[in-house]
Design a protein around this ligand. Sequence first.
Ligand code: ATP
Ligand code: MG
Length: 420
Amino acid sequence: MDDSQSVPDRPVIVTKPGHSISRQDIDPNALKVVFRLQRLGFTAYVTGGAVRDLLLRRPAKDFDVVTNARPGQIKKRFANAYVIGRRFRLVHVHFGGGGIIEVATFRRAVERSEESGPEDESPPPSPYGTPEEDAFRRDITINALFYDVINDAVVDYVGGLEDLARKIVRVIGDPAERFSEDPVRIWRVLRHAARLGFSVEESAGREISVNAHLIAACPGARLYEELNRDLASETKPVLTALRESRILRHIFGKAGEAYEIDDRLFSELSSILEAVDRAKTAGVPLSLGEMYAALFWPWAKPLFEESGVDFHKILNDTLRDSGMRINIPRALRADFSQILIIAAAMERALHTGKMRWSLARRPLFGEAARLHFLIFKGRPPEKEESFETLFRQAFPGGGSERRRRRRRPRRRRQDQGQPF
Ligand code: ATP
Ligand code: MG
């Protein structure tokens, strides 16, 4: 396909019936914010993923608003508005029922030198900009469209409408530069292409293969944030794309490498992620602990095959030495480790008939059971099902109680281990 793009006269403004967005599809709270800002004489648009998804006739998630009003001006005019963020200030407008609309002021691309310059006394340059500058500092063209609610028009500075029609994920600006500015954009390009079934524009594709390693230099906390975005929606297609671009190793260290090298291992992970994705689509509220345990199960499983060893310690040591770049908070690491260990005990019990039922008193036993169903049955348990029902089916006689080897009590601290 010819990926070349003609630069449109900017902006392209498309009114009805040239686009498929209907005001009824927009979150009423976002509409309230936009109308109010417009009445006060400001410009305000809905932007980001919501505009992209509505144009594709997909349900939209969060409705971000951009405006030329400054955070302080917004805060003054909305009763329940809170300014958040240090580097770039945003406003959260809170509504009854827990709804929050994020309102950002149009911003320009911030030069690297401005971002990381030494702290001095002079005031930092204004991060704010025009709508056009705001569109151009965004990641990909299909994410940089504005919806003007008052005129019922889509405003396109970057050629996003054409790329939506041609199903292309195109980086705004020079891909090499934009990736080196912020390597997380590599992940974002792959995510959107995988989720939407779009192709990655050629030069961006080339730069991804050259620059995949830059992901490893991202702060672990950002990688954690990005992974959670993928876990919150369809996970398997995105992880498959990350694997194809050899990025898993730069996120998960040895675990990622194993998933990249070993087809069988990744195919096992794929089936589990498919089950996880199906459960999410069906509205099953999976915890982060369960999803992280699902991610690591195929890789960690061999650790649980030895007997008479301290699984917590082995898992902890293995994770610590794995060169993991993603920074998983300690509490979550403790949770998914626990879930993995209990799920492995369940699997052993179904083979041996010996179950240590004291595990059932652990708070994460239910989550481990659900993970066990997802892994081995490809679905979560039905209402009347539990691990106990599985076990009774396999061992109608009740099996036997597996006694735990007496060990000196370990300190809790050891359980938690080192950060990785
Ligand atoms: P999702 O459906 O996952 O929410 P999204 O496109 O809305 O997709 P967000 O992470 O919610 O993604 O970000 C909102 C918008 O902010 C994006 O649409 C994009 O315009 C911009 N954006 C986010 N991350 C970056 C980045 N790293 N560089 C440039 N622009 C970004
Ligand atoms: Mg979003």
